[in-house]
Design a protein around this ligand. Structure first.
Ligand SMILES: [Zn+2]
Length: 71
């Protein structure tokens, strides 16, 4: 019978690792804000890279299909 406390601790470690990995992926897949939406070229407020989540998802999907060459 496995110790449930051990399992919980292990799960927590896995969750933390996944969260770190997700954060790393997120920052790696976000371009530098340039004043325009990377997906549709719409003008944006300073500091924004996309007009909304749909544009971001579209762009990320396209990037993924292009072989993740994000520069
Ligand atoms: Zn857009």
């Amino acid at each position: 019978m496995p110790d449930t406390a051990d399992i919980a601790a292990e799960r927590e470690q896995i969750d933390t690792a996944l969260a770190i990995e997700a954060a790393r992926k997120r920052s790696a897949s976000s371009p530098v804000p340039c004043g325009r939406c990377y997906n549709c070229d719409e003008f944006l407020a300073e500091g924004l890279t996309f007009c909304n989540a749909d544009c971001r998802d579209d762009w990320q999907l396209r990037k993924r299909m292009q072989g993740m060459s994000i520069t």
